[in-house]
Design a binder for this molecule. Sequence first.
Ligand SMILES: NC(=O)c1ccc[n+]([C@@H]2O[C@H](COP(=O)([O-])OP(=O)(O)OC[C@H]3O[C@@H](n4cnc5c(N)ncnc54)[C@H](OP(=O)(O)O)[C@@H]3O)[C@@H](O)[C@H]2O)c1
Length: 184
Amino acid sequence: MKVSVFIAVSLDGYIARKDGNLDWLDEANTRVPAGEDCGYGKFIASVDVLIMGRKSFEKVLSFGGWHYGELPVVVWSRQGVEIPNPLAGTVSCSSEAPQALLERLAQAGHQHAYVDGGLTVQSFIHAGLVNELIITTLPVLLGEGIPLFAPAPHGQSPTQWLQLLQCQYFPFGYVQTHWKVEST
Ligand SMILES: NC(=O)c1ccc[n+]([C@@H]2O[C@H](COP(=O)([O-])OP(=O)(O)OC[C@H]3O[C@@H](n4cnc5c(N)ncnc54)[C@H](OP(=O)(O)O)[C@@H]3O)[C@@H](O)[C@H]2O)c1
């Protein structure tokens, strides 16, 4: 099972403001020419399951509409989450540990998982389960917010080496780096 992260981050390393607000992302995207998706379309077409933190799921729902079509989505939550009826066929909820969740999804035939959300991405990274990171850095300093990376909990091995596969500069100020996590 390949596990990927595709995420936008401020230059100072935040994926959202403290309260989850993405106004800066919306504002930055107004400078992106129509039709430019920075590789997102190709990436999302390559995954066959999305594991999304409960807070990110609720944020996505708050936008209205649903942008993942028939892609199976697993909402990662200990407390459980209400899944709107129209999504019940593709969205499920799990509190399994990262390794166990990925093993179950692999047994069900999935081959490429997209992991999304702050704490969620951090947990899968700390567990050593992420194979690639595609990080789009936006030209903004937020000062504070929800970080992409955070210290690993005590007892989890934090050192992971990466190989830079690609670095792309976009004329509207975005820089996208594509990293492969080297297996130990
Ligand atoms: N910039 C970007 O590209 C980007 C991408 C994705 C998300 N975001 C933003 O990031 C924010 C959300 O990030 P976040 O870090 O606050 O939350 P998150 O990762 O989306 O979700 C966190 C939730 O995951 C669940 N969880 C955590 N550890 C777990 C475990 N061991 N087992 C089971 N469930 C577990 C918990 O749900 P329960 O509390 O329900 O138990 C926890 O509250 C949102 O504002 C979103 O819009 C930005």
